[in-house]
Design a protein around this ligand. Sequence first.
Ligand code: HPA
Length: 277
Amino acid sequence: MSQPNVLKENLAESARVVAERIGERKPEAGMILGSGLGPLAEQIEDAVYVPFGEVPHMKTSTATSHVGRFVCGNLGGKCVLAMQGRLHGYEGNTAQEVAYPVWLMHGLGIGTLVTTNAAGAINEGYRVGDFCIMEDHINLTGRNPVAGLEPDGIAFRFFSMLDAYDPELRRLAHEVADDLRIRVQEGVYLGLLGPSFETPAEIRAFRSWGADTVAMSVCEEVIAARHVGMRVLGMSLVSNMACGIEGASPTDEEVLDVAKDREADFARLVTGIVERL
Ligand code: HPA
């Protein structure tokens, strides 16, 4: 049984509340700032803050380092709506709850989503501290936010995932990184539900499937964005080598420490990209 169109009504109500709070601001791009990457939101000028808990029908963040609020203002000369922290499946959120803020961004007229996270590197050519532009993904969460929605609810049920990560935006991200002399990779991202890190056997299997990085977010957001036709750029900070690679056994602290170390370059890179969107 598909859901009656409560989702559409809820989204309209949430969009009304956020639109009222951000006033004159007309965000052109939505951003999701992942683990340890939230400090970029402090650089947004003329900012208005809307905690997720104050948006009707939206869940709040419980993960470490995820503040759980929208920050709307100017970054790189553009008006953006950033999520300082995200919603994960491992926090107990359904796929639709994870996707909800992305559909909300679309409801506010935002056509571009820049989603970021910290990820483990499966590709042994990558180094901790590299950035990795997502070329494509393997959704291994076992979930899809569009499953169970009304067939024509907020958008048509069936949609292509070819070039889900916009080739033009990927090119732009490389250009900006080259100009700033920041090392970036481009690879296939594999998303899991978590919250346990992977086993070495899983990492070996994922490598044989062509995955370069792994983490516990992004796929459901990107599916939701493509569902409503948004352009997507995905970017990871390689915060650790994946479990078993070079003897790695990832921890949350390590992820956050590396994010802190790479905070300045992350800000330069993302701001440079937003500037040229
Ligand atoms: N695995 C899963 N999620 C992650 C990792 C990892 O190695 N690093 C950061 N998030």
